[in-house]
Write a protein that binds this ligand. Structure first.
Ligand SMILES: Cc1cc2nc3c(=O)[nH]c(=O)nc-3n(C[C@H](O)[C@H](O)[C@H](O)COP(=O)(O)OP(=O)(O)OC[C@H]3O[C@@H](n4cnc5c(N)ncnc54)[C@H](O)[C@@H]3O)c2cc1C
Length: 492
């Protein structure tokens, strides 16, 4: 058996082993070629390269065969042939996941859904659309808009991420506060199972209580239970009014108070509520072209968006009255309200430019965590104290979806410290932050999933009974561990 994928940025000894499947039989490529169209089987190094890259360069994929089926039947055929040969398959969507979930070993086959990219039906009256798994998220949003509807899943990688990957990782993004995660946006699924059978659960029903909701097993399963090939998604009325404000705050407790005031006054209209630390804003203005909308610097900021389907501008007085109350209560120190959609986009870029700015600012150690919304101030206080004590001079670059309790708790390297020396502290910092998260009843992965990167941490923090149940589900649906082995559970 060949070695597992090598993590380039982390300690190689810390990399979880990825599979116990046996090596690829020499005739596998020929068998796949005989059953699938020519363009669906790639074996040349130059053709496979793009599928083996991992966004953060933490790992390197090695699959000698990349499959690009164009239909559900072709996915099923590929899975059957690989299952007969005892060869594991790594499903891949847009490859924008950030936890090594699509990294393949040299004894595995990678299966990309990219050719299954058709929007099959938009039903504006049922408020649904039926799509193939390889549809790019941005194209789905555009198709919904063209039909006078909204598909609200929205995230930074939407120009490349595919809906199959969004569902397999139960993606979150900026609108979870109002519309929920990918899970809440899915009515039906079609899935190719580990033995090549096709489960047709592609129902466009808003109500269906005929037994177990199997779709929820596959959503968030990161390719370990089945390969999602098609989905029925929920649509919503279009948003005709958007109001955005960027507010300066003293501390995260003020952010929480502002969120509460906004929800009390504007209810469901609060679609997004993001928090940005002073350090995060500073690096966006320094490295990513952001312009500070305030006259002076503040310790924390919040971006708040109200949106509705009513007359354009109708929510402006609502936003103003929220901010008036917040000023009176001394919750907000300063605020900039966007007076146009262009200005709103500029304010959003202050939030969305943070990951890029962090990259340019040097090394960063990342955490994608959630705690109950009311505990965010306690989390930020405790984590800040603990990481600074362990690594004096470290910069806390915290930002994220405060409205749903999800903080991207990133750390930037201290001035004068070598990047490699800083990154060598990755696991130690993870341990410090995740222990606090666990103590506050939170999750060590709010959005991005487990993949390879957090497989060992899952074993550490997940309730043992829950882990046992997860393993039993896996053993039922994929007893030979031929779907994305090593991801989520590590080597089992
Ligand atoms: C700049 C940037 C911003 C991001 N912002 C967010 C954010 O706000 N919220 C968020 O949740 N995530 C975010 N992400 C992470 C990532 O975009 C999401 O996890 C996204 O849902 C992954 O989709 P993908 O198609 O790229 O999946 P991939 O990376 O290709 O795969 C992700 C996992 O799903 C499995 N998989 C993929 N397709 C299928 C399928 N059809 N059937 C079964 N398994 C499959 C893979 O094996 C892998 O385990 C961001 C990433 C970047 C780079």
């Amino acid at each position: 058996m060949s070695s597992p994928p090598v993590p380039l940025g982390l300690d190689p000894d810390a990399a979880p082993a990825v599979s116990r499947a046996r090596a690829i039989p020499t005739d596998l490529a020929a068998r796949l070629r005989a059953a699938l169209p020519e363009e669906a089987v790639l074996t040349e190094e130059g053709d496979r390269g793009a599928y083996l890259i991992e966004e953060r360069s933490l790992y390197r994929g090695e699959a000698p065969i990349v499959l690009r089926p164009g239909t559900t039947e072709e996915v099923a055929t590929a899975v059957r042939i690989c299952a007969e040969a005892g060869v594991a398959i790594v499903p891949q969507g847009g490859n924008t996941g950030l936890v090594g979930g699509t990294v393949s070993a040299a004894h595995e086959v990678l299966l990309s859904l990219g050719r299954m990219n058709r929007i099959e039906e938009v039903d504006p009256l049922n408020f649904t659309m039926t799509v193939q798994a390889g549809c790019i998220l941005a194209n789905i949003q555009a198709a919904a808009e063209a039909a006078g509807r909204l598909f609200p899943l929205s995230l930074g990688a939407q120009g490349s991420a595919q809906i199959g990957g969004n569902l397999a990782s139960n993606a979150g993004g900026i609108n979870v506060l109002r519309y929920g995660n990918a899970r809440e946006l899915t009515l039906g699924l079609e899935v190719v199972l580990a033995d090549g059978r096709v489960w047709n659960g592609l129902r466009a029903l808003h109500k269906d209580n005929t037994g177990y909701a199997l779709k929820h097993l596959f959503i968030g399963s990161e390719g370990t239970l089945g390969i999602i090939t098609r989905a029925v998604l929920k649509l919503f009325p279009p948003l005709t009014d958007r109001q955005v404000a960027f507010c300066a705050l003293r501390d995260p407790a003020d952010a929480l108070a502002l969120l509460s005031m906004a929800r009390d006054r504007a209810g469901e209209a609060v679609t997004a509520f993001e928090i940005v630390s002073g350090f995060a804003l500073e690096i966006v203005t320094r490295h990513a072209g952001g312009q500070d909308p305030m006259a002076e610097r503040h310790p924390w900021y919040a971006l708040i968006e109200l949106a509705g389907s009513g007359e354009s501008g109708a929510l402006r007085p609502v936003l103003e009255s929220v901010l008036e109350r917040a000023f009176e209560a001394e919750v907000v120190a300063d605020a900039a309200i966007a007076d146009s959609l262009e200005r709103a986009a500029t304010l959003w870029r202050l939030r969305e430019g943070i990951p890029e700015a962090q990259k340019r600012a040097g090394g960063s150690i990342k955490h994608d965590v959630s705690v109950p919304v009311s505990r965010i101030p306690a989390f930020l206080e405790r984590a800040g104290t603990a990481v600074t004590a362990a690594l004096p001079g470290v910069h806390v670059c915290a930002f994220g979806h405060l409205g749903d309790g999800n903080i991207h708790y990133n750390l930037s390297q201290p001035e004068g410290m070598e990047k490699a020396v800083f990154l060598a502290r990755w696991e130690e910092m993870n341990g410090i932050v995740h222990d606090i998260v666990a103590d506050l009843g939170g999750s060590i992965s709010a959005e991005h999933g487990i993949g390879l990167l957090k497989a060992r941490e899952l074993l550490r923090y997940k309730d043992p009974v829950e882990l046992d149940l997860m393993r039993r589900v896996r053993a039922t649906l994929d007893p030979r561990h031929l779907l994305n082995p090593g991801k989520m559970f590590g080597l089992v």
